[in-house]
Design a protein around this ligand. Sequence first.
Ligand code: SAH
Length: 234
Amino acid sequence: MLPQMVDWQHLNWQPNAEQQLQFQRLYELIIKGNQTLNLTRITEPLHFWEKHLWDSLRGIMPLLEVRGERLEVRGERLEEELVQHSAFKIVDIGTGAGFPGIPTAIALPDSQVTLLDSTRKKIAFLDSLIAELSIGNVNTVTGRAEVVGKESQHQQAYDIALIRAVGSASVCAEYALPFLKSGGLAVLYRGNWTTEETETLQNTVKRLGGAIEKVEEFTTPLSNSIRHCVYIRK
Ligand code: SAH
């Protein structure tokens, strides 16, 4: 079982009962899939919650916040408008076992999430996972980011590109930027980060027609590990 009372407060966000159930089911299906596929080494419930669920959502916190603020400020009557505002087209590049894409799709049910990976076996697993979870706002693509990002139905087609643990920051930027519409946002999930890395990345990003908007440092809530998210605006 996933822990029930874990603290989502650092995110300024709380799952509803249905989302809580989907996270629980997701956890069970990944543990089951792990018996035949090498999906993840993180299987202990609290570690899974922190490193896969919480970490995935920490990167999209700006999107979760937009939702909350609008709700509070403008009230229930405008909920329909709000729903439209949070209907993003999102791609998760090198999704592996579905992170950060699947928790993102659960947290943002009005957005459409495309999970991309070059490993066919992982995508086959994700297809069955999506069916069993019955989440309607996720689709999958098998292929290499550097190829798929140049195909007409994917190039400049997304509002948000997520990328975690796929390569160096520059490689991640190279993969992500082509997918984005002008004004779109790439979120690079990183562990340690130095100012020198920002400088190196700046050159790549400039060449690709983007700008580093912000580098956020944060501490994970259970193991107090330092992590970073790099936000690049196209
Ligand atoms: N994002 C997940 C998985 C990281 S492992 C997580 O953070 O848990 C890296 C994944 O990226 C692997 O599943 C691998 O198949 C995929 N990958 C590596 N290079 C890729 C490329 N060029 N295009 C698409 N997927 C790639």
